[in-house]
Design a protein around this ligand. Structure first.
Ligand SMILES: CC(C)(COP(=O)(O)OP(=O)(O)OC[C@H]1O[C@@H](n2cnc3c(N)ncnc32)[C@H](O)[C@@H]1OP(=O)(O)O)[C@@H](O)C(=O)NCCC(=O)NCCS
Length: 201
C-alpha cells in the first residue's frame, strides 16, 4: 500500500497545531502536560514551532495531520524560557501546580534529571505520536528518521527519551534504534511511571 505521506517542518499552520494537540490528547494518556488542558498544549506546541532550540515535524496524508515529532536541541532552558516568555499566561497554571500539589511530581522529575546531569543528553524528544488508525504502518519511522536527520544537522550526538512505562510500541521502537535504558521506573506520577532512554545517533 502506498501511503503518500508528506513530512512538513515549515508552513505548519495553527490548525495543524490544533490537530497535533488532539493526537497528543488521544495517544498520551496521563502525563503532567495533559493535566493542563488544550489551551496550554496549543501554547506549548506553538512555542516548540517558533523556538530556536526546538523543532516540529508534522506528517500529513491528503493534507490532514496524522502524526508529529516534537524535538528539542537544548532542554535545560526550554521549559524555564517558556514560563518566562509566557509569564502572565502561566499564572493560572502555576496556581494549579500549587493547588493540586503537582510540584512534588515536577520536583521528582527535576531531581532525577539534575542528579544525572552529566549522563543525560541535553537534546530530547518532547513528544512523538501517530494517530491510532495510522499506527504500525511505518509513519513513526518516517518521522523518527527525519527527526534524527534534524538532530544531526544541529551537531547532536545523543538524545534523551522519556516515555510512559505503558507505551509499548514506543519502547519497542526506541530499543530497535539501539536506545539504552537508563531508568525503568521514574515515579513522576503514581499512575504514570516513566522510562528514560539514551539514544546515540
Ligand atoms: C510510538 C509511535 C509514534 C510509533 O509510530 P508508528 O507509526 O506506530 O511506528 P511504525 O509503524 O513506523 O513502527 C516503528 C516501530 O514501532 C514499533 N511498533 C509499531 N507497531 C507496533 C506494534 N503493533 N507492536 C509492537 N511494536 C510496534 C516497532 O518497533 C516498529 O518497528 P518495526 O516495524 O521494525 O518492528 C506510535 O505507536 C504512537 O503514537 N504511540 C502512542 C504514543 C507514544 O507512545 N508516543 C511516544 C511518546 S515519547
Amino acid at each position: 500500500m502506498t501511503l503518500n505521506i508528506e513530512l512538513n517542518t515549515q508552513n505548519i499552520s495553527r490548525d495543524d497545531i490544533k490537530e497535533c494537540v488532539k493526537i497528543h490528547r488521544k495517544e498520551i494518556k496521563g502525563g503532567l502536560l495533559n493535566t493542563f488542558g488544550d489551551k496550554f498544549l496549543i501554547k506549548i506546541y506553538n512555542y516548540i514551532l517558533i523556538n530556536d532550540s526546538s523543532f516540529l515535524i508534522v506528517a500529513k496524508k491528503d493534507g490532514v495531520v496524522i502524526g508529529f515529532f516534537a524535538g528539542c536541541i537544548n532542554q535545560s532552558n526550554f521549559f524555564l524560557n517558556f514560563i518566562f516568555k509566557n509569564f502572565f499566561f502561566m499564572i493560572p497554571y502555576i496556581w494549579k501546580i500549587v493547588k493540586q500539589n503537582l510540584y512534588n511530581k515536577i520536583l521528582k522529575i527535576k531531581n532525577f534529571f539534575l542528579s544525572n546531569k552529566y549522563l543525560l543528553p541535553n537534546a530530547s524528544i518532547l513528544n512523538f505520536c501517530v494517530k491510532n488508525d495510522f499506527q504500525s504502518m511505518g509513519i513513526g519511522k518516517l518521522l523518527f528518521n527525519k527527526a534524527i536527520e534534524t538532530f544531526k544537522k544541529n551537531n547532536i550526538k545523543s538524545i534523551k527519551i522519556s516515555t510512559g512505562k505503558n507505551q509499548e510500541k514506543a519502547k519497542k521502537m526506541y530499543l530497535s534504534y539501539g536506545a539504552k535504558l537508563i531508568n525503568n521506573n521514574l515515579n513522576s506520577n503514581n499512575n504514570n511511571l516513566e522510562v528514560i532512554f539514551i539514544l546515540n545517533i
